[in-house]
Design a protein around this ligand. Structure first.
Ligand SMILES: *Cc1c(COP(=O)(O)O)cnc(C)c1O
Length: 393
């Protein structure tokens, strides 16, 4: 009798931005109001204030705000001086923005398979893909958990490559080295990008993004690139772009940044409850957290669950998606098509046998509602609906 459990329940959202805003309305409104009063709408003091606060939060030397996460990746690659023909290795199982900017800059994308358990770039596949033309690797911290940065940094050092972290889904996550030391995601590679798209873990109320680096020279280069290649007003030293963070978006972000850890904890808490309900089901594989954590422990701060993604095995994933939607439970399939099979990125270099994991994942994955406002009644309804359907089909 689902009627009983769902009666009076808050409507389930994939991402509940309204509910989150209700809790921070005063501080966000006040922060926006400050921008309206100063009318410094582009590169105003709020942008600088947010930049400084984010640098402190991450423990990184330079944050360079920009217009969105896709630009952030592109600008990072421009800043590193990557040239047409240079090969850039990235994951086959990610959002298209990652490969899009590689192609846009006339670099050569080299897609590789991912790990079946973490969904992150496969280290052996990376090693196999390196050629004399390889210049960079772009690990994506998919769904909020860091790729194997220790292995990637070692490969980069050995082959003299850059590591560009696509941290759009991982802000606030920690990476744990094998010696137990931890570092914030996005501060480990040579440069990192992030997105402040509204549904990301730190989202603004429009588009936004940023680049992070500890390299002073690279930071200087990038600061010019984001603003038409200008280092001195009306002196254009390099070809740049117009990619700035609006002051109003910076105002929202600066108001939300103090809550980021609380928000990520709320996501982890929801993830723990989901996993507790699903954990021993033979047809449901719960997300694996690595970084030295066995399962999702109470003190774990490694995974920030941008998505909570199950693998459905031996049952019809697409039928489950349809059933959940009929029950008023939004869900997503991230991602339904491997990048190497997307029209824009098909290439004769790719062989199907090199993408067995991604080819399988696209059939099995389903992401459940994940945000900061999920309550126990909603989680109970979602988990029961999933399990009932799988047990009866
Ligand atoms: C969201 C996202 C981006 C792009 O960010 P935008 O701000 O939407 O341009 C890039 N990479 C990944 C992995 C993302 O999830």
């Amino acid at each position: 009798m689902n009627f009983v459990i769902s009666y009076g329940m808050k409507k389930i959202q994939m991402v509940d931005l309204k509910g989150q805003y209700a809790g921070i309305k005063d501080v966000v409104n006040e922060s926006i109001q400050e921008v309206l009063e100063t009318t410094a709408f582009v590169n105003g003091p709020k942008v600088h204030q947010f930049q400084k606060n984010l640098e402190t939060y991450l423990g990184v030397k330079h944050v360079i705000p920009c217009a969105n996460g896709t630009d952030a990746l592109q600008i990072a690659m421009m800043g590193l001086g990557l040239k047409p023909g240079d090969e850039v290795i990235t994951a086959d199982f990610t959002f298209a923005a990652t490969v899009e900017v590689i192609a846009l800059l006339n670099l050569t994308p080299v897609l590789v398979d991912v790990d079946a358990e973490t969904f992150n770039i496969d280290i052996d596949a990376v090693k196999k893909a390196i050629t004399p033309k390889t210049k960079a690797i772009v690990p994506v911290h998919l769904f909020g958990q860091c790729a194997n940065m220790e292995a990637l940094m070692a490969i980069a050092e050995e082959h003299n490559l850059y590591i560009i972290e696509d941290n759009a889904q991982g802000i606030g996550a920690k990476y744990k080295y094998s010696d137990g030391k931890k570092a914030m995601s996005g501060t480990i590679g040579h440069v990192a990008s992030t997105s402040f798209f509204p549904s990301k873990n730190l989202g603004c109320y429009g588009d936004g993004g940023a680049i992070f680096t500890n390299d002073d020279d690279l930071a200087h280069t990038i600061r010019g690139i984001v603003n038409h290649g200008m280092y001195k007003r009306y002196h254009h030293d390099v070809v740049g772009v117009n990619s700035r963070l609006d002051s109003i978006q910076a105002a929202v972000l600066d108001a939300k940044l103090p809550n980021l850890d609380t928000y990520n904890n709320a996501r982890r808490e929801a993830a723990r409850k989901y996993t507790a309900a699903f954990v021993n089901h033979p047809k449901i594989i719960t997300p694996k957290t690595v970084n030295g954590c066995e399962g999702i422990c109470d003190t774990c701060d490694c995974h920030v669950f941008h998505q909570y993604t199950l693998k459905i095995v031996g049952s019809d994933r697409d039928a489950l998606v349809q059933h959940l939607n009929e029950q008023g439970i939004p869900c997503g399939v991230y991602y339904p098509i491997p990048l190497h099979k997307q029209k824009a990125y098909i290439d004769t270099r790719y062989k199907e046998e090199d993408f067995t994991v991604t080819n399988q994942l696209v059939k099995e994955v389903i992401s459940l509602p994940m945000h900061t406002e999920l309550d126990d009644e909603q989680i109970a309804f979602i988990t029961k609906t999933v399990i009932d359907f799988i047990d009866n089909n």
